[in-house]
Design a protein around this ligand. Structure first.
Ligand SMILES: N[C@@H](CCC(=O)N[C@@H](CS)C(=O)NCC(=O)O)C(=O)O
Length: 223
């Protein structure tokens, strides 16, 4: 019997990436809200489970681990009927892995969470221009990836967990920098394609909440 518990928060992009994966695999799970904006991830009980105090975190029976990328790959390997979302083919998987590491290190860590920490967590009213440039650079990279071989999805011609990962952060980053359809036609088309998927419902509301919080915060970009 499947016994999954996901710890997360809907505005959190990596939580949404995992929720899209769970929906795609049609897996039932218990959802435990951990409000990182109220520092609930720093409670002794949560720290004991996850000393890195991040969401999302997954429990599968006695197994427990965190990081959205590790969670998505695990869920597909363990529960999917086929390998479509995380291909076994060495080259296809290498492309998916590259995109996942790119999301983790470049898009989320360098661009999205850096500015979000300033704006939402620390309440800073001035944000250095470099933080905006990091977002623009992330958009540039994704446009280039999609353009390289005219792929429909982020790691080739089939939908994978790399799409769930990147759409969760990019649909949140639009809170800071809107996507110019003339400069980023492939990126825009890919986002529209993702929005058409039934599993996108797992991303839509959380992204809306995230964008609303950023819009409410008053900050300016320092030149
Ligand atoms: N690379 C991680 C990032 C996880 C992460 O930083 N999550 C944020 C919320 S979006 C968090 O838990 N922040 C609270 C903290 O670090 O204390 C993943 O993909 O799961």
């Amino acid at each position: 019997m499947v016994n999954l518990t996901l710890y997360g928060l809907d505005p959190s992009p990596p939580t949404r990436a995992v929720k899209m994966t769970l929906a795609a695999l049609q897996l039932a799970y218990k959802y435990v809200n951990v409000n990182v904006l109220k520092a609930e991830q720093l409670s002794p009980a949560y720290l004991q489970k996850n000393p890195q105090h991040t969401v999302p975190m997954l429990e599968d029976g006695p197994a427990r681990f965190w990081d959205s990328h590790a969670i998505m790959a695990y869920l597909v390997r363990k529960y999917a009927k086929d390998d479509a979302l995380y291909p076994k083919n060495f080259y296809k998987r290498a492309l998916v892995d590259q995109r996942l590491h790119f999301e983790s290190g470049v898009v989320f860590a360098h661009a999205l969470i850096s500015i979000t920490r300033m704006v939402l967590f620390l309440g800073q009213t001035k944000v250095p221009k470099e933080r905006i440039q990091a977002i623009v650079e992330a958009y540039d990279f994704v446009e280039a990836f999609l353009n390289q071989e005219d792929h429909e999805y982020i790691a080739g011609d089939q939908l994978t967990i790399a799409d769930f990962s990147l759409i969760s952060s990019i649909s949140s980053m639009v809170a800071y920098v809107e996507i110019d359809p003339v400069k980023y036609p492939k990126l825009r088309a890919w986002m529209r394609r993702m929005e058409q998927l039934p599993v996108y419902a797992e991303n839509a509301e959380g992204a809306r909440l995230f964008i609303a919080s950023v819009k409410k915060a008053k900050f300016t970009v320092a030149e």
